[in-house]
Write a protein that binds this ligand. Structure first.
Ligand code: PEP
Length: 246
């Protein structure tokens, strides 16, 4: 089944109003890359500004996290509905930094993915094993458990991002064979879950994607795009990665 690649950037806790200049470059570059979809997830403070700037372009804007509840006494948190209201069309949930620094469990991630659906946002659900799990030969089992616990039942319209924790921000990446094995496993798991369109769900690879390794990582079977951290902060690098889909 043909799946349209998605090239997504996670800016994490980086970016001020002046960073709109990089988004402007990304918007311009994306217009000449018609074979992929684009998503930039800036900090929440920039979502409304970026959504206005990217309106009508090929670049969608997303949040990096949301709370499961639609509103309430949750100081500092942001609801999926608020992101939608600010102009977002997607939200990352279950990023390993949220799981690690905020103790997010699979059940919490699932509730956030459900909130995204409720608000009309595309959920980008992140999974990935730790170094210890990979070294113990438990990578597939760990990711399978996260998938089962984090994806809402019957979810058909989400994106899964496979991000080995040990590859994030380290410059170290899995081999192409490891990526093929993991993405094939995730695909099988999605289909086995009875997700009717399991074949249609895009599975992104994330973890130290750079212009130099993008072709090897992104042309592997069942890799339908990238979730890019550090390299998404520079429009030139982000677009050089996306050029794999030219
Ligand atoms: C990420 O945190 O989603 C990520 C992939 O980061 P980096 O590309 O910097 O490894």
């Amino acid at each position: 089944m043909a799946r349209r690649p998605l090239v997504a950037g996670n800016w994490k806790m980086n970016g001020l109003k002046a960073s709109a200049a990089e988004l402007t470059k990304i918007v311009a570059g994306a217009s000449s890359l018609p074979n992929a979809d684009f998503l930039i997830c800036p900090p929440a403070t920039l979502v409304a500004q970026f959504a206005a700037l990217a309106k009508g372009s090929r670049v969608a804007i997303g949040g990096q996290d949301c709370r499961a509840e639609p509103s309430g006494a949750f100081t500092g948190d942001i609801a999926a509905e608020m992101l939608k209201d600010a102009g977002a069309s997607a939200v990352i949930v279950g990023h390993s930094e949220r799981r690690r620094y905020h103790g997010e469990t699979d059940a919490a991630v699932r509730a956030k993915a459900q909130a995204a659906r409720r608000a009309g946002l595309l959920a980008v659900v992140c999974v990935g094993e730790s170094r210890a799990e990979r070294d113990a030969g438990q990578a597939l089992a760990a990711v399978g458990k996260q998938l089962d616990g984090s994806l809402p039942d019957g979810e058909t319209d989400c994106v899964v991002a496979y991000e080995p924790v040990w590859a994030i921000g380290t410059g170290v990446t899995p081999t192409q064979d490891d990526v093929i094995a993991m993405h094939g496993f995730i695909r099988e798991r999605l289909v086995a879950r009875g997700v009717a369109s399991g074949q249609g769900v895009r599975i992104l690879y994330g973890g130290s994607v750079k212009p130099a390794n993008a072709r090897e990582l992104l042309t592997a079977a069942n890799v339908d795009g990238a979730l890019i951290g550090g390299a998404s902060l520079k429009a030139d690098d982000f677009l050089a990665i996306a050029a794999v889909y030219r």
